[in-house]
Write a protein that binds this ligand. Sequence first.
Ligand SMILES: [Zn+2]
Length: 158
Amino acid sequence: MRTILDEIDDVFHRVTREVVEYAEFVENPVLVLEDLTYIREPMDYGEFMNRRLHGWGFAKLHAQIRYKAVEKGIPVETVNPRNASKGCHACGEVGYRPRQATFNCPNDACWMSEYQADVNGAINIADRYLNGESHSREHTDGDDSAEDWGRLAAPQDT
Ligand SMILES: [Zn+2]
């Protein structure tokens, strides 16, 4: 029987395939992921979904990206995602989100007043890698990542 988790899995496979295919067009690509061992910023799913689906979803997405990236020989790095969505990627000023998808920079001197919030966060993540903040202490050999992450592949009943 197909469940909602199977549906999500299909969506994840489509998305992660697109991510890795996109990366292939870049010269010397590196995929930079949020290190999942750090505390995630809360999302608005409510406590139950936060702990179950949110954690499960991120682990699943990352496992799929790692698996597909390894196949293509694309390195995957992680950085500490702390506050990555709170700062302006252009000037570093702490901004605010009038809506979930929108990031506003309050700095008058900054060229960037409004930006897509997820893209702003993604640029901050990429900048952290480029500034040498990456640490690939997990999965340095790459090959067994799918197995390692397998135990995170489904919500746990506790
Ligand atoms: Zn700014």
